[in-house]
Design a protein. Sequence first.
Length: 157
Amino acid sequence: MQVFEEIYKSYWQKIFRLCMGYVNDHALAQDLTQETFLSVWEQLPKFRNESSIGTWIFRIASNNCLRQIEKQNRFPKGQLPLNLTEEKQPNIEPQIQFLYKCIAELPEIDRIIISLELEEIKQAEIASIVGLSEANIRVKIHRIKEKLNQKFTSNER
């Protein structure tokens, strides 16, 4: 129990921000974060230390987010109960909100990579989570940052 509490305290904010990067919806990101930690709680006794605990938790969170996105994509956006991509987020600065919006518009793999990079996860660990080489991750991060920078620049005009 104490181990789980320490994990929860150490990773909750990081996992929440990762989920925000995927779904750009405050309430949904909170739900996905809670689902992630529910899975961590249930699976913790089976954790085999083949990777770091952080890598394992980020992989669970990424999988939860991808399943949610897949679920949303089954229905046209107009048929969703809420338009999840355009809902205003409470207490989030406009620039950060715009960043989440830009990240949410990226292809899935790019969202995973940049969200993990923003959480200061080592590139070797990101490579392990997404199944790409470390060199490929470096190139992708550079390109993603360029794309985001272009969006910010064009938004300021």
